[in-house]
Design a binder for this molecule. Structure first.
Ligand SMILES: [Zn+2]
Ligand SMILES: [Zn+2]
Length: 150
């Protein structure tokens, strides 16, 4: 075994997962478009999302005392988690050496025309899609996904 492969193994071992990149993204850039909540409330929301990434019930429990209605919390959670996982996925794909990415619309009946139109579009990893997005996240409630190719 030469040093090169040892280093590669070490790198693979310390490489952050898509989930940890998504949590990092939420802590640093999450909820950026919300302007009507205090910095303190936003900070509480970010922590609650990042520590309950795959647990909406846990998130709703952790934020029930903030005085925000449940329907809004629900939307915030879905939107932030989707966006963060998509951006985390892009960063992860970069560490994996992906060359291109493809917009995958959900294929569901309720998929909107704007998302449907993007379905199947492929671009180089560091280019934006033709609609200006870097990952397949177009709007709150968007269920599209980005796939990656080497
Ligand atoms: Zn859509
Ligand atoms: Zn979509």
């Amino acid at each position: 075994m030469n040093n090169g492969s040892i280093n590669e193994q070490l790198f693979a071992f310390v490489r952050p997962s898509r989930t940890s990149l998504a949590k990092q993204y939420i802590r640093q850039h999450g909820l950026a478009k919300i302007e009507d909540l205090s910095t303190e409330t936003l900070s509480h929301l970010k922590t609650a999302i990042a520590s309950n990434l795959s647990n909406k019930v846990g998130f709703l429990k952790a934020t029930s005392g903030l005085g925000i209605d449940k329907q809004r919390l629900d939307l915030i959670f879905d939107n932030e988690v989707h966006e963060a996982l998509e951006i985390g996925g892009l960063k992860y794909a970069r560490t994996e050496g992906a060359a291109t990415k493809t917009w995958e619309a959900s294929g569901a009946d309720n998929c909107c025309p704007d998302c449907e139109e993007m379905d199947g579009e492929s671009v180089p990893l560091d280019s934006d899609f033709s609609n200006g997005c870097s990952v397949a996240h177009l709007h709150p409630g968007c269920n599209c996904e980005t796939s990656y190719q080497k």
